[in-house]
Design a protein around this ligand. Structure first.
Ligand code: ATP
Length: 299
């Protein structure tokens, strides 16, 4: 995706900090999202993903640092920003007493750009009954309704907080991935948070990893895949209990005479270091985003 520096950024966050009492929910967070593509936000429970999304919506004002969305400050100029954003909150926030059709008509009133034909088509594709009360819908149906309401005004920026929660595996692949990809292919931007790292790996073009409120990785997905590898290593002599010191090593686990390590960086430099330490590489495989996450965050 074009998350580089070439075009005016859709999102630009610089040095953002947020405390709740003594808890630092965000610390010195900076990121830049260019237009087009899918930006995945990952982190453990409490890492700060929702707090970051709330700043992008202008629901929270930065205590330190700056937030710009479409060049404007969302906390001080909400109309300039919110009309161009589609948002699905983590807890959906849907009015349970409304019927699906009523809810969509209600949402339409807020957005001049609402695409009624598109919304109607999606109601069919999502298998929703317009006459059903939202309260009576399953979690997955509520997730579909919320997603539909977030995209039907064709926003330039779609912010989805845990859109997968409540969706089964088929719905995630058929609905969420399709919506996210369609929006991106139309040149719009999607930012979504998720705990499902295989899904982020499949769908996102760029990943931002948060850990305890700090950015620990901000990288195009291609680069994540190209740089991180797991290796199975063996030493001629049983190595000491301490992990070997190797270039770019993020995690090491011992299994008898062998070590399984995850490294970020030049495979040649690693191979030379293993040889110099009297070992050999038995296997090498690309690391999954989940393995990278555990290595960077789990330590
Ligand atoms: P999850 O994956 O569990 O949804 P998250 O990454 O979205 O987590 P946040 O909800 O942003 O994390 O929370 C970040 C930290 O800030 C957590 O420690 C949380 O307890 C704290 N926090 C968030 N909102 C509040 C609040 N209104 N009052 C006090 N603490 C808060």
């Amino acid at each position: 995706m074009s998350n580089g520096n070439e075009s005016a950024p859709v999102i630009e966050v610089t040095g953002l900090g947020r405390k709740y009492g003594r808890k630092e929910a965000l610390q010195d967070v900076s990121l830049r999202v260019g237009s087009g593509g899918v930006f995945g936000l990952v982190g453990e429970n409490g890492a700060g993903k929702t707090t970051l999304i709330q700043h992008l919506l202008g629901a929270l004002r930065p205590q330190s640092g700056t937030v710009r969305v479409f060049g404007a400050d969302p906390a001080y100029d909400p109309p300039a920003v919110l009309s161009r954003i589609g948002y699905l909150s983590e807890d959906r926030d849907l009015p349970g007493w409304m019927r699906v059709g009523e809810f969509l008509r209600y949402m339409r009133a807020f957005y001049p750009g609402w695409d009624a034909a598109f919304a109607e088509r999606m109601v069919g594709e999502f298998g929703l009954n317009p006459a059903a009360k939202i309260r009576s819908l399953s979690r997955g149906e509520q997730a579909r309704t919320g997603l539909l309401a977030a995209v039907a005004h064709r926003p330039e920026l779609l912010l989805l907080d845990e859109p997968s929660s409540g969706l089964d595996a088929v719905a995630r692949q058929q609905i969420l991935a399709a919506v996210v990809r369609t929006v991106a292919e139309e040149g719009r931007t999607v930012v979504f948070s998720s705990h499902l790292l295989d899904e982020v790996e499949r769908v996102a073009d760029h990943v931002l990893m948060l850990h305890q409120g700090r950015v620990v990785m901000d990288m195009p997905m291609d680069e994540v895949k190209a740089r991180h590898r797991t290796h199975l290593l063996r030493w001629a002599e049983v190595p000491a209990a301490d992990a070997p010191t190797l270039p770019g090593m993020l995690r090491a686990e011992r299994d008898g005479r062998e070590w399984r390590v995850l490294c970020d960086g030049d495979p040649e430099a690693l191979a030379a270091a293993v040889r110099a330490a009297g070992g050999e590489i038995l296997e090498t495989a690309p690391a999954t985003l989940e393995a990278v996450f555990v290595a960077r965050v789990g330590a």
